[in-house]
Design a protein. Structure first.
Length: 423
């Protein structure tokens, strides 16, 4: 009876409800990232704390550091204890901590609370990706995963709109507290609707009891894991580097502030459209072909931006850069999720995403160093070009996934062995 449990769960599950709940969980991740930046001017003006720009920047980085550790921890934990428990745990953790962040009495406490909130934010993405891939049908995994991950960009837009509409009325604390809304909205819905799909929580087969990390350090699996980590690092660096410095780069190219911010909107619009359409294509021909191609799109687009073309060409290049950076990151997430077996999927996503989060810190930092050195836009864009080439090369040389024909797949493996494009 246990062997049929995963199939029974999948048949009874409304996969679109799972996608919606995971999408909502990711929205709050995007909201937290952007809302902190939107409240920086108010935080600097808060006389009781008298923070310097460097201190405010450090407080912002604590959440990113927490995200890295959260991703690294959540992967093995979700393979061991189940997707449902980890998704609920991550959402409860980050929602509670966002309320505590809003009530922080001093900067030191704020930093601690933001780090702990980061653990939840970092942990939710690998679990959500694994869940969506496991409830989706083989021909729609990449597309549904990209739709779910688009919640990150939606959260960023909502944060910007909330800051414009409510900052004067509720202050930075009120905007931070909005991040706790998930505790009374998304968490109850997830409690009712999210199924368990992890084999370790459903089966007691020998493989389910074996350490997922031990399975991943053998043969071609470790090579794939390292290359996917490099691709994730490159993707995160492009996402956070471009989002952080694009407005300033556009200002340096003699665009006014409104136009510079409009280019950032185009970057994220290209990300959503490109990520979903690129992932749909990956469902048809395989992420192995699509991911290197979209990294190449990023390389060409950023090279065009470096040449300071006319405004119309710059707009098109910025849209393409969004497709090739944030959109590519969505595709790489799906590539990892569909490459590895169900029993180790969470661990693989956690490890590659956790290492990738280092790029989220490195991109803005190196961009700032290059701009501060006076080297100019061409050098910054050139650096991002090189990173896109690195990510594409990593995807190209990922070993082909072995096909298993000799033994019939166990039910909890069926989602990765059904007919689908080669990855």
């Amino acid at each position: 009876m246990t062997s049929s449990a995963p199939d029974d769960t999948r048949r009874k599950t409304n996969r679109y409800m799972v996608v919606f709940i995971c999408f909502a969980a990711i929205v709050f991740d995007g909201y937290d990232l952007i809302i902190y930046g939107s409240t920086v001017p108010s935080l600097l003006a808060y006389k009781e704390w008298a923070l310097t720009p460097a201190e405010v920047g450090a407080l912002g980085s604590y959440a990113l550091l927490g995200m890295m550790f959260g991703a690294l921890a959540s992967g093995p934990l979700t393979d061991r204890f189940g997707r449902r428990k980890m998704l609920l745990g991550c959402m409860i953790l980050y929602s509670t901590m966002m309320l505590l962040v809003a009530a922080a009495p001093n900067p030191a406490t704020l930093g601690v609370f933001r780090f702990i909130a980061g653990l939840g934010f970092g942990g939710v993405a690998p679990v959500a990706i694994a869940l969506v891939v496991e409830v989706a049908r083989p021909h729609e995994r990449q597309r549904l995963n990209a739709i779910m991950l688009a919640g990150f960009s939606v959260g960023g837009v909502l944060a910007a709109l909330a800051a414009l509409a409510f900052l004067d009325d509720v202050g930075f604390r009120g905007l931070w507290a909005f991040g706790g809304i998930a505790l009374v909205t998304v968490v109850p819905l997830a409690w009712r609707s999210i199924p368990e799909t992890a084999p370790a929580a459903l089966d007691k087969t020998p493989k389910a009891d074996e350490s997922p990390m031990r399975q991943l350090v053998n043969g071609r699996a470790i090579a794939a894991l390292v290359l996917f980590a490099v691709a994730n690092f490159a993707g995160f660096l492009l996402v956070f580097g471009l989002n952080t410095w694009l407005p300033q780069l556009m200002r340096a190219a003699n665009y006014d502030l409104t136009s510079a911010l409009a280019f950032q909107v185009l970057l994220n619009l290209g990300a959503v459209v490109g990520g979903i359409s690129g992932s749909a294509l990956a469902d048809r021909i395989g992420a192995r072909r699509v991911a290197p191609a979209t990294f190449l799109v990023a390389t060409i687009a950023v090279a065009v931006m470096a040449s300071a073309p006319p405004a119309g060409v710059m707009a098109v290049a910025t849209l393409a850069a969004g497709l090739g950076s944030i959109g590519t990151q969505m595709i790489v997430f799906g590539y990892v999720a569909t490459y590895f077996e169900t029993s180790v999927r969470g661990t693989a996503l956690g490890v590659t995403t956790g290492i990738g989060r280092l790029g989220a810190v490195t991109g803005p930092a190196i961009g700032g160093i290059l701009l501060s050195s006076g080297l100019g836009n061409a050098w910054v864009f050139g650096f991002f070009c090189a990173i896109a080439i690195l990510g594409g090369a990593a995807c190209v040389i990922v070993p082909a996934r072995p096909t298993r024909r000799s033994n019939p797949p166990t039910p909890h493996m069926r989602s990765t062995t059904e007919t689908e494009p080669a990855t």
